[in-house]
Design a protein around this ligand. Sequence first.
Ligand SMILES: Nc1ncnc2c1ncn2[C@@H]1O[C@H](COP(=O)(O)OP(=O)(O)OP(=O)(O)O)[C@@H](O)[C@H]1O
Length: 303
Amino acid sequence: MELDISEVSKVYRGGKRALGGVTLRLGPGVLGLLGPNGAGKSSLMRIIATITRPSDGTVRWDGEDVVARPDRLRRVLGYLPQEFGVYPNLTAAEFLSYLAAVKGLSAQSARARIDELLELVNLTDVGKRPLGKFSGGMRQRVGIAQALLNDPELLIVDEPTAGLDPEERVRFRNLLGDLAAHRVVILSTHIVSDVEATADDIAIMAQGRLLRRGTPEHLLGMVDGYVWETMIPSAELIEFRERHVVSRAVRTPDGIRVRVLAPEPPTIDAVNVPPDLEDAYLNVVRGVNQATAARAEFTREAP
Ligand SMILES: Nc1ncnc2c1ncn2[C@@H]1O[C@H](COP(=O)(O)OP(=O)(O)OP(=O)(O)O)[C@@H](O)[C@H]1O
């Protein structure tokens, strides 16, 4: 199981360049693909899922070109697109049976698989209710179940936790982790905490380019020593933000506790704190729009 993405570009009709030469190779496990809105994540996911063609470059699954010969990949693919629509009058079980038929599963094996999947995504009790009456989170879980119908080797989930409540989010992350042992999973999101718990491999994209790839430890190591916390009066926050890279600001009864990315302490009493993944992500993506060296990405790596 190997997905090999090489120099993939995408220019949409009208000239919008969504991807500018992305190269990534991945095997079993969860890859967390992080990037702000518009980074090109969905475009890349659609290309891998063989829904969109790249303008340039190649995608290979186990050595086979998926643009020229998409069928082999499609058989082993599970895909939860960002916008996942359901038929409101069908029940979850009916909807999954319909999709199973589309995917070519026999009626008998589909029935057993659907029961198993409804259990897995915790929808067994409501399997006979029309989807129109489902909450956003429940619908999303149906989406996950449909992506797993064919027990895929390659599972792509695009912004899967949108609309999930915090409890559902945690359940979903655990589920993804469990699924990753024997398949290639790509989890595309702009929410850092989604990948924090599940991915041991993280790729960060912005403006159609892959900026960084590494383990969480690797990304954290890049900002180790550059993260500070300090208290400032509420009235100074706007001005403070103009002068510093603020990764978080939390109101407290004593003022605002700000978290800052900087090579030197931003105030006299600032305390150096261990970085988290939000800091590491901000450090990578903020550099993209900043031309000046002073604002360039920090790194403790050799160039
Ligand atoms: N079909 C399309 N035609 C023209 N431009 C498009 C099309 N699809 C996406 N784009 C543009 O390409 C860029 C990348 O979009 P894409 O959806 O791949 O990013 P993303 O990282 O998934 O962001 P989001 O989470 O907001 O969807 C954006 O500027 C978007 O407006």
